[in-house]
Ligand binder design. Sequence first.
Ligand code: FA5
Length: 341
Amino acid sequence: MASSLDTLLSQGIEELRLALDEAALRTWQTRWFGKTGEISQSLKRIAQIPAAERPEYGQKANAVKEHLQAAHDAALLVLQDNTLENDLAKGGIDITLPGRRSSPGRLHPSTQTLRKILGIFGELGFEPFTSHEVEEDEVNFGLLNMPAHHPARDMWDTFHTTRPGWILRTHTSPGQIHAMRRAAPGPLRVVLPGMCYRYEQITSRSEIMFHQVEGLAVGEKVHLTDLKGTLLAFIQRLFGDKRKIRLRSSYFPFTEPSMEVDMDCILCLGKGCGLCKKTGWLEILGAGMVHPTVLKNGGYDPETHSGFAFGLGVERIVMLLSGMDDIRHFWANDWRFLKQF
Ligand code: FA5
């Protein structure tokens, strides 16, 4: 049986020698390597061979297969080289024509801005900290001062997983707990970037997935003025050094006091226009002083330590920086949109 493989090999090589152009090579490839080709037939025959001879036959059949494939590839290369040389000799290829422009990949606008934001906070002394996208309900809510059935949980519509007690994080704030537990009782200054998920109605301003950057500073003497100074420095570095901010009272269960931070409108410079809905101000992020319960859950003593935290939405920042009016462009994968960045 094994000798029939030798015959098959020489037959294959002989037929290959007679294939003088690419079409003939393709026919050869189908005849030898197609589904019902010679090679698969010879491999199927293995079932009829006495068990003792099968290993030797199998090895040889595979060697024949590899040998024929290598011979085909080499023949194809030679043919392609010859064709090119003939074309060049005939002047069929104009080598003075400009080449085809290759279009290099680029970073997604969210990634570009995320990196810019992390760069600015890096200059201000904040280290990046990576937390999980799939999070325990207890960390996303419970340890952030929202025990089960707390009404504030409704502020974040949640995607649940099939594993009880595990959800897709609705914000980057649960990362505060992980970062604090790693650093306590020492000082901490981190930014936590990442994707968040909310089971929300998609609109021109709201998506079901979006990036946030969380900021967190904890120490023995961290004050509200530190938060304000940090945010002003950040906003002026990102949007220009003439920008002003204002803190407006708000509510988050994990900060006390809590606030929304607004920036004077970049379009009308505070005079009032369509973008800022005639208020002169644009809401940029949520922030506050870390709630004593959250500090305790993170491993700090709220009698001796305090902290500030803030969370901003990256896509909303890209929209402001670029004048985009619809957040749905971000994940639509439309090259015409992406290539503008
Ligand atoms: C929060 O998520 C708080 N965790 C922020 C925070 C952190 C407050 C630390 C205090 C201390 P909020 O739900 O407002 O807050 O979201 C923060 C930012 O995420 C918003 O200002 C917005 O820029 C962005 N954001 C929220 N929901 C969406 C959405 N559906 N699509 C796009 N961006 C969103």
